[in-house]
Ligand binder design. Structure first.
Ligand code: HEM
Ligand SMILES: *[C@@H]1O[C@H](CO)[C@@H](O)[C@H](O)[C@H]1NC(C)=O
Length: 398
């Protein structure tokens, strides 16, 4: 009886890990095609599954050989359980080494997070919009395969930068990443990854913009590639349908509520006319507040916006530098700038969340924190994958 119970439990645990490995692997295959990560997940899941399966087979043998000898079996079962528990502990610890964790740099670079915060704060005081850029960087880096600083690579040595993609249009302040990286290199050379700089600078930028305080794990490694040709498969366009936007975020594990919250990032910053003129010319989009359309036409006076001209409109004229729920209030007034923003109010699967967030800034901040955290943990390279770049713009060359 006890053997069977013991055996059943072990089998169940083994199956659990197979299913778990399969769904995690599927998930990462569907969206990211990142072979490395997928293999790692499988390796881990199968190791665990095999372990439990072996244990359960051992018990089956006991069961047929010495059916009557309850005492021995009992002993076997309990010693196996001790073994199982120890292995579990060991595996948790072992796999923990190659996963993101809180305060990853505690021993290797105790002041890492403090240094990032100091530099982000100094930059914010000089150029407030750097904080806005760090938030957008996290989205553009993490959505494309992995939070791996692939965004930050320059075009050089056979690499084509993601920064050259049409989707990266308007992104700015990349040069100040070097300011943060250099401060870290002075304190702990070749220790803190650029991917963690992307994550931590976004986190600190959010807080400086009056957004929520977010606890973030670290331990990301940097990619050896930039995925310029694939950016458009991951990052939606300004005029994509709400269903496409929702499915892209869903594949990252972010639902409609989280998607609505994340787009609240458009509570700060600007939009170039290039991304607006379609809603203004030849006729004004009927879902746009006519008065606001007049203002936007004033900012963008011609139907063909020259991308080289610095023509843009601010997302939020009332609190342009605060990450607050004004964005949702403006959406309800039909003053959202991008088509994707505007669709959040017109679509029944997202409009209830817009209303809730417009009514409650705390609720917006809570949902934003959760979703940003999920985004920041998308498929990271960890352990011996990737590298720690010395200069965020180039892969190491030694
Ligand atoms: C469907 C998803 C999204 C689309 C289609 C989208 C598209 C855009 C576009 C077209 C701009 C204007 C660029 C320009 O003309 O200069 C922009 C700006 C911005 N986006 Fe998004 N975005 C999306 C989601 C996000 C998310 C999830 C975040 C961050 C959590 C984010 C953060 C920002 C920020 C901060 C800006 C202002 C940048 C600046 O002023 O320098 N966006 N986005
Ligand atoms: C979306 O905008 C781009 C230009 O930014 C344009 O080329 C494309 O045709 C638009 N797509 C739709 C579906 O309107």
């Amino acid at each position: 009886m006890e053997i069977c119970e013991c055996n059943g439990a072990l089998n169940a645990i083994a199956s659990f890990f197979v299913v778990w490995g399969y769904t995690r692997g599927e998930n990462s295959r569907k969206v990211k095609e990142s072979g490395l990560v997928e293999r790692l997940i499988w390796r881990r899941a199968l190791t665990k599954a095999l372990l439990y399966k072996t244990l359960s087979l051992e018990h089956l043998k006991d069961h047929t050989e010495c059916q009557g000898e309850m005492a021995t079996n009992k002993h076997h079962c309990s010693s196996s359980f001790t073994f199982l528990l120890l292995s579990l502990l060991f595996l948790q610890f072992y796999s923990g080494l190659s996963e993101l964790q809180l305060n990853y740099y505690t021993t290797s670079c105790p002041r890492a997070e403090e240094i990032v915060k100091e530099e982000v704060t100094k930059l914010y005081q000089k150029h407030g919009n750097t904080a806005v850029s760090w938030m957008r960087n996290l989205f553009h880096d993490c959505v494309v395969k992995s939070c791996d600083a692939s965004l930050l690579l320059d075009t050089a040595h056979g690499i084509v930068s993601e920064k050259t993609s049409q989707r990266s249009f308007g992104m700015r302040n990349f040069k100040y990443i070097s300011t943060i990286k250099e401060a870290l290199e002075r304190e702990c050379p070749a220790t803190v990854s650029c991917a963690d700089i992307v994550a931590l600078s976004a986190r600190d930028g959010v807080a400086l913009l009056g957004g929520p305080q977010i606890e973030m794990k670290t331990g990301r490694k940097d990619s050896l590639e930039s995925y310029a040709t694939q950016v458009e498969n991951y990052i939606p366009n300004h005029n994509d349908s709400i269903s496409l936007v929702l499915s892209r975020f869903q594949s990252l594990g972010i639902g409609a509520e989280g998607t609505v919250a994340l787009l609240g990032a458009h509570s700060v910053g600007r939009v170039h006319c290039l991304n607006l003129v379609e809603r203004l010319y030849p006729t004004v989009d009927p879902t746009l507040d006519p008065e606001h359309a007049e203002y936007l036409k004033h900012r963008c006076p011609t139907p063909e916006s020259d991308p080289k001209k610095v023509e843009y409109a601010r997302n939020d004229l009332e609190t342009p530098m605060v990450l607050d729920n004004m964005y949702y209030k403006l959406l309800l007034r039909h003053q959202g700038l991008l088509l994707v923003d505007a669709q959040l109010v017109s679509d029944p699967s997202t409009s209830p969340f817009v209303e809730k967030m417009a009514a409650d800034n705390g609720y917006f901040h809570d949902q934003f924190s959760v979703a940003l955290l999920t985004l920041s943990e998308n498929n990271p390279l960890t352990g011996d994958q990737g590298e720690i770049r010395k200069d965020c713009r180039y892969v190491n060359r030694d």
